[in-house]
Design a protein around this ligand. Structure first.
Ligand code: IDP
Length: 138
């Protein structure tokens, strides 16, 4: 069984989409292993988005992610990393088909409702970052 890290971002929480998004993950067959609502600190977000620190959209991204609480979760299932990415839809919003979360609920590449780890290695790093109390379970 694989674990991945996923998140409903501040715009998704404000729009009341936690239930809808969790339903999609659970209906597909993924199970929650951990979940919490958390208003992330600058330090946490700088670590989470370290790979993007030199990108032109970095400051907007950090400001957006600090704008309110997020719903952070660890999901378990076969191919969980890949499946969450497929359910979320692609980063470039023009490519996000209806039927995906981004394709159904947003129109902007930055304000894009959800996050999902992009590899097993990122999943492990992100789970340890957001749920350090799970270090002995991973
Ligand atoms: P992902 O969330 O689909 O894995 P990443 O490339 O890791 O995409 O980017 C992290 C976040 O940064 C995206 O979810 C989105 O909020 C924002 N972002 C990524 N690429 C762009 C861009 O080209 N313009 C504006 N914002 C972007």
């Amino acid at each position: 069984m694989e674990w991945t890290f996923a998140m409903v971002k501040p715009d998704g929480v404000k729009r009341g989409l936690i239930g809808e998004i969790l339903k999609r993950y659970e209906s597909k067959g993924l199970n929650l292993v951990a979940a919490k609502v958390i208003w992330p600190s600058l330090e946490l977000l700088q670590k989470h988005y370290e790979e993007h620190k030199d990108k032109p959209f970095y400051n907007d991204l950090i400001r957006y992610m600090m704008s309110g609480p997020v719903f952070a979760m660890v999901l378990e299932g076969d191919n969980a990393v890949r499946i969450v990415r497929l359910l979320n839809g692609p980063t470039k919003i023009e490519d996000a088909q209806p039927g995906t979360i981004r394709g159904d609920f947003c129109t902007n590449t930055t304000f894009n409702i959800v996050h999902g780890s992009d590899s097993l290695e990122s999943a492990k790093r992100e789970i340890l970052l957001w749920f350090p109390e799970y270090a002995n379970k991973i």
